[in-house]
Write a protein that binds this ligand. Structure first.
Ligand code: NAP
Ligand code: MG
Length: 506
């Protein structure tokens, strides 16, 4: 890997279309118009592989959030969106999915440059799942309906006619992170639009590019002005203003548990609806009878996919002591084979971490693990820069109180721990986390797998697989991993109010 390439070197690998698109400062989407920040400020988007500047984007702040919320309010209260039939809304959503597929290479390139992930991964995972999300959601507007309900209180049979009417919650503020830049837009926008809400989306400062390109596609698909407004800027200014805005009915947030708590505080002022998709420290449990080869591949993918920058990463590996050495050696060998490099190089399997801050966080955890007595079977360090590369790492000899075992690292760092029996202690250790997002179980005893799955405090459990996502499957966390679910039918609840209407007819 040539880690001393320049940003120009990286951009040379990009398509001419992407290079041209990045050559001018990218404005924000407010009320159907592409606008600069009211302050006139911009900020640099950094290439994590070279630390050079990729592009400039508008630095939106409170004033821009005010304008975006006003546009979303108008679009919700009196714009054409509200008057469109469910079928027409579904067609727009489907068209957005189609346009994402049509632009799959360009969107994957942008996410690769911006986030550092391999383009092939962005194409197969991020962009494909984003299109799928809009396609899946395009079927919902025509299927969101209430119920007729027989009532008993004060009523002779047939005296009252009661029914429920699901209604969009209104203007939604959405705040997203940098680990899956386009996909997080899709997870948030899809259900909000399917339910008829309007949106102000604040994207992550580290990865604003694909969201802005998506904004162009939203307009091309025929989304009316103001229905989706996309603001680039910082969390402490733009994000905080959105979370506290009096004209926003609901905030949907994905990111750290720490900021999730700040969102709740900001939204508590006027009791906005809040949904949260937060961190994790997910247990991946390997029983003695597991297929070792499949488990090794699954456990390695569970932690190293997306450079470990996944809220659901399988970061705590519990392995039966009979096969502990075999599995740890296998995962370590897989880690050593991973080819680090630039996202746009075809043979790259892992790129840099997203930012200098994230590099500092992850290498800080590696230092703390080693200082506490954990041993790195492989990896254990960052790679000298430029670029925020970290070696895929497997740590053993840990104790439950170590920071590397308890806290979310959000990098390619696995802690592996042996256990003796499948008993209450194992379940307790697996559940011994303030998080409860995902978990894995590897075994050829499917009965046992389900017994364990039922006892895990976790929104998702994968048996003999990991990282299996689908637009139709709900995803979200128990405990401090969040409130509510993303995707599936269940996510619609995040964006709906229920009205009960009763008429005296008898
Ligand atoms: P973060 O600080 O939680 O950021 C997520 C989003 O919230 C970003 O758009 C951020 O803006 C915004 N934000 C930050 N402070 C805010 C505030 N006071 N009010 C409103 N919005 C605010 O996450 P991060 O800094 O990117 O990463 C920190 C850690 O979070 C990671 O190490 C990882 O543990 C966790 N994380 C979890 C997920 C997940 O999918 N659950 C994703 C990413 C990170 P900026 O763009 O300015 O930061
Ligand atoms: Mg940040």
């Amino acid at each position: 890997m040539n880690i001393h390439a320049t940003v120009a070197g990286t951009l040379d690998k990009a398509s001419p279309k992407v290079r041209d698109w990045l050559a001018q400062p990218r404005p924000m989407l407010i009320d159907g118009q592409w606008v600069a920040a009211k302050s006139g400020k911009t900020f640099a988007v950094i290439d994590p592989a070279t630390e050079g500047k990729l592009a400039e984007v508008a630095e939106g702040d409170k004033a821009d959030i005010d304008a975006a919320v006003a546009a979303a309010r108008r679009a919700f209260d009196s714009g054409p969106w509200r008057k469109m039939t469910p079928s027409e809304r579904g067609r727009v959503l489907h068209k957005i999915g189609d346009l994402i597929y049509e632009n799959i290479d360009e969107l994957a390139e942008l996410d690769s440059l911006d986030n550092g992930k391999p383009k092939a991964v962005a194409k197969a995972a991020d962009v494909t799942l984003s299109a799928d999300m809009f396609h899946y959601m395009s079927g919902w507007p025509t299927k969101i309906h209430g119920k007729t309900i027989p009532i008993s209180n004060l009523a002779a049979p047939g005296e009252y006619f009661s029914f429920t009417r699901p209604e969009p919650v209104g203007v939604v503020g959405q705040i997203i992170p940098w680990n899956f830049p386009l996909l997080m837009c899709a997870w948030k926008l899809g259900p909000a639009l399917a339910t008829g809400c309007t949106v102000v989306l604040k994207v992550a400062e580290e990865t604003p590019l694909s969201a802005l390109r998506l904004g162009e596609l939203l307009l091309e698909a025929g989304l009316p002005d103001g229905v989706v407004n996309i603001v680039t800027g910082f969390g402490e200014t733009a994000g905080a203003a959105l979370a506290a805005h009096p004209n926003v009915n609901k905030v949907a947030f994905t990111g750290s548990t720490e900021v999730g708590k700040l969102i709740v505080q900001a939204a508590s002022h006027d009791l906005k609806r809040v949904s949260l998709e937060l961190g994790g420290k997910s247990p991946n449990i390997v029983l003695a009878d597991a297929d070792v080869e499949a488990t090794v591949a699954g456990a390695a993918a569970g932690i190293f996919f997306n450079h470990g920058q996944c809220c659901n990463a399988g970061s705590r590996l519990f392995v039966h002591d009979k096969i502990f050495d075999k599995v740890v050696d296998g995962v370590s060998a897989a880690a050593e084979k991973i080819k680090l490099g630039f996202g746009l190089d075809e043979d790259t399997e892992m790129g840099p971490l997203v930012s200098e801050v994230q590099y500092g966080r992850v290498t800080g955890y590696l230092d703390s693990g080693k200082a506490d007595g954990a041993k790195a079977v492989t990896g254990g360090d960052g790679v000298d820069g430029p670029g925020y590369f970290v070696k895929p790492t497997v740590l053993v000899d840990t104790t439950p109180d170590m920071k590397v075992v308890k806290e979310e690292i959000f990098g390619p760092v696995l802690v592996a721990m042996p256990f003796k029996d499948v008993d209450d202690d194992l379940i307790r250790d697996a559940n011994n986390s303030l998080y409860g997002l995902a978990a894995g179980v590897w075994t050829s005893d499917i009965q046992k797998a389900h017994q364990i799955a039922n006892r895990l405090e976790s929104g998702t459990v994968w048996v003999n697989c990991y990282h299996v996502f689908d637009a139709a499957l709900p995803f979200g966390g128990y405990k401090q991993s969040g409130w509510g679910r993303e995707m599936g039918e269940q996510v619609l609840n995040n964006y709906l109010e229920t009205k009960a209407i009763t008429t005296k007819i008898g």
